[in-house]
Design a binder for this molecule. Structure first.
Ligand code: PHE
Length: 352
């Protein structure tokens, strides 16, 4: 009996299994109730009592070995099956593209506006978003406590009840950069003034309820040109050029008389509606025209406020909203889309 056990030990030791079928054969022979090991256990009855214990121990060892080998083979066969069923790797497949972000439509349009003006000699100037009353209003001819200030609903950082010239506020337009720039260019060298041809893009704030048509924060690009002999014709030429570069060929432009405290004369600039081509639609309120900018000749008093001699220098200024231009170029009809950062909106500007 012990010899037989030894023989089976060796058999199991040398056994190798590489397929499911072989695994089943192994199970039938060594594990199942009809297998050799069970058979040997049955033979135990005929072993003399004094040897039975020792032989029984050997048999138990054999049984355990058979089970351990079975588990080992089973794991191996299963592992093979799972790797075999994986699809073959196709090395010729193109790689999955790495998704990169894209620029926000307002950034795209701002860049385009900047490029157009840079090509005709304007440089970009920056300034603070938190501003004193003087640079945002006072120097621009909004008299203290004058109702003209109500044209732009203001967020105040510090508000004095008696003296509005002491107020600190969030700028309502980027014209604050114009007043700062005029002052700086006058101070560049004592008694001189360095001419200005600059644009000032940036965020501005107005106390408005957020809706499809209004927002409390938006973006402007304003511009100013001050030198000797700058006239209204220069203003018109510059803005004609801008419209021609920015919008569809054939876009019409018109100047409409208007009022701003800091320019005289003043004009608002309309273009033929980009959406309906001038026939009339919701965007242009059926008029065929949409307003894109305010403009005018810098009021002599503003030049005086900034220390520039209006007898020697003249200039023009303009200002436009980037959201408005973007709306016309890309038919974005709800201002809130610009700040909600919904990727379904933003992704539409991929590759633009
Ligand atoms: N600052 C004006 C606004 O924000 C725009 C403007 C700028 C108008 C320059 C005329 C000249 O409404």
């Amino acid at each position: 009996m012990l010899d037989k056990i030894k023989e089976i030990y060796q058999e199991i030791d040398q056994y190798n299994v590489t397929s499911k079928e072989q695994l089943e054969q192994f199970r039938m022979r060594y594990i199942s109730r009809k297998g050799v090991v069970t058979e040997l256990f049955e033979g135990l009855k005929s072993i003399p009592t004094e040897d039975r214990r020792a032989v029984g121990q050997e048999l138990n060892g054999l049984k355990n070995l058979a089970q351990a080998r079975f588990d080992e083979f089973n794991a191996h066969v299963e592992e093979q099956a799972s790797t075999n069923s994986a699809p073959p790797v196709d090395l010729t497949l193109p790689t999955v593209p790495n998704l990169t972000g894209n620029q926000h439509p307002l950034v795209l349009v701002r860049q385009q506006i900047i490029q157009i003006f840079e090509r005709i000699g304007f440089n970009v100037v920056d300034g603070p978003e938190i501003e004193t009353d003087w640079y945002n209003f006072g120097a621009l001819n909004f008299p203290v406590n004058h109702p003209a200030r109500d044209m732009q609903d203001t967020f105040f950082v510090e508000k004095s009840s008696s003296d509005s010239s002491a107020d600190v506020l969030l700028r309502t337009h980027t014209s604050n950069v114009q007043t700062r720039l005029m002052e700086r260019q006058r101070n560049a060298a004592p008694g001189t003034f360095q001419p200005i041809r600059s644009i000032m893009p940036g965020r501005v704030y107005r106390n408005e309820t957020i809706s499809a048509r209004a927002h409390c924060m938006f973006h402007q690009v304003e511009g100013i040109y001050i030198d000797r002999n700058v006239g209204f014709k220069d203003l018109k030429d510059t803005l004609y050029h801008f419209v021609k570069e920015m919008f569809e060929p054939g876009t019409q432009i018109r100047f409409r008389p208007s009022y701003f405290p800091f320019t005289e004369p003043s004009a608002e600039i309309d273009i033929s509606c980009q959406i309906c081509g001038g026939k009339g639609c919701n965007i242009c309120k059926q008029s065929g025209w949409v307003e894109i900018a305010g403009s005018g000749m810098v009021d002599p008093q503003v030049l005086i406020n900034c220390g520039i001699d209006p007898e020697e220098y003249t200039g023009f200024a303009f200002g436009m909203g980037i959201e408005r231009i973007t709306q016309l170029k890309f038919v974005v009809n709800d201002l809130r889309l610009y700040t909600e950062n919904d990727v379904r909106f933003l992704r539409q500007f991929e590759g633009v």
